[in-house]
Design a protein around this ligand. Structure first.
Ligand SMILES: Cc1cc2nc3c(=O)[nH]c(=O)nc-3n(C[C@H](O)[C@H](O)[C@H](O)COP(=O)(O)OP(=O)(O)OC[C@H]3O[C@@H](n4cnc5c(N)ncnc54)[C@H](O)[C@@H]3O)c2cc1C
Length: 337
């Protein structure tokens, strides 16, 4: 493989790395992006493509801003499938009250507390409608973002070591060395290899996705899939129609103590609760991992005060909305350094 010298090297060609690379390339930086696998094959490949706000007071404004940017970006690249509303639901009284308060506390955020019965699954008295959410073709967006004259891509090249020497950093892969003035880690949950320090500040979370046969076959009540995605308990469970006409469900295990468990059990309970059939009656299962942080906000910063090594990790279940926010923070740091 050919070695590469570049202004900026982004390690990790998932959605985070791609949005960062495109943002920097638009500002005329020469950007190299490298991935251990093919581009977009890790968490990004698993995403349901549902872009919505994070329903936490501390993150609403940022993720709303990110969502708007993401929608513009996706529309520009022909990857915006549809604008839609999403309903955030809670299974505990405490969390339900928090959701209700959000709509009142941030009146201009496009949020609405609804008790409209035909919008809500049975057993739920109210839910938070997040208007201006979106379904995005993440694979397409990623490919189009990286198709930029200032971006050079190297696939199947795992960086196993970084070495700083004066102004430059060398990224060492098995058959390739990349020389860069600035290095950005967008490696998601696999960061441990390059930085044990960062590995301690984010944690892996496992998710499973189930795709049904056409929804009718699963016998779901019409309002569950009639065009409005449902997110339960901070996206721990999700239910939504896909662009392929299938019904998708997703579940997460967030806790360290559950690290060895299979999130499909969570999904199984969920499908049972809504009478959606058994997973084994359906067409596909897939699982994936992403990183989360304790406060739900991604970690973005400078790793090494001497050199120019930056990181953007821990985007979690609202990764689509966070990505443009994170990319702007990285650009500000990269151009300040
Ligand atoms: C099941 C599931 C469903 C999801 N659904 C949604 C959704 O609907 N909406 C939403 O907003 N978010 C969703 N998410 C979350 C979203 O997918 C993530 O937040 C986002 O994709 C994270 O992107 P990333 O680029 O940070 O990570 P990744 O996509 O994991 O990319 C990191 C890349 O870095 C590469 N890499 C790592 N180490 C190295 C190395 N040493 N050298 C070279 N390359 C390296 C990896 O190969 C990988 O390709 C979902 C996630 C999962 C798992």
């Amino acid at each position: 493989m050919n070695d590469l010298t570049t202004d900026v090297l982004v390690i990790g060609a998932g959605l985070t790395g791609a949005v960062i690379a495109a943002q920097l390339a638009d500002r005329n930086a020469r950007v190299g992006i490298v991935d251990a696998q093919r581009v977009g094959q890790a968490a990004t490949r698993r995403a349901l493509g549902l872009a919505t706000i994070s329903p936490h007071m501390a993150h609403i404004r940022e993720t709303k801003y990110g969502l708007e940017r993401l929608k513009r970006l996706a529309a520009q690249h022909g990857a915006l499938l549809q604008s839609c509303s999403v309903i955030h639901l809670a299974t505990t009284r405490e969390r339900e009250r928090a959701l209700q308060q959000l709509a009142e506390a941030v009146p201009d955020a496009g949020l609405e507390w609804t008790t409209q019965r035909d919008l809500l699954p049975s057993g739920f008295a109210g839910g938070l409608l997040a208007h201006d959410s979106a379904l995005v073709d993440v694979d397409l967006l990623l490919v189009r973002l990286l198709r930029h004259p200032n971006i050079a891509i190297r696939q199947y090249a795992e960086v196993f070591r970084l070495e700083s020497a004066g102004e430059v950093t060398y990224a060492l892969c098995k058959d390739l060395t990349i020389t860069a003035y600035c290095v950005i880690l967008a490696t998601n949950v696999y960061v441990g290899l390059l930085s044990p320090y960062l590995a301690d500040s984010v944690r892996g979370a496992r998710g499973a996705i189930w795709s049904s046969q056409p929804p009718q076959a699963a016998g779901a009540p019409a309002h569950l899939y009639a065009g409005m995605p449902l997110l339960f308990d901070d996206a721990r469970l999700a239910l939504m129609p896909g662009k392929d006409g299938k019904l998708h469900g997703a579940a997460w295990l967030w806790h360290e103590r559950d690290a060895d468990k299979d999130p499909s059990e969570e999904l199984r309970r969920f499908l049972k609760r809504f009478g959606l059939g058994k997973p084994e009656q359906t067409s596909q299962w897939s699982t994936g991992v992403t990183t989360t942080t304790d406060d739900g906000a991604p970690r973005v910063g400078r790793l090494d005060v001497e050199g120019n090594m930056l990181y953007a990790l821990g985007l979690g279940a609202y990764g689509l909305a966070w990505a443009p926010v994170v990319a702007e923070r990285i650009a500000a740091l990269a151009f300040a350094g």
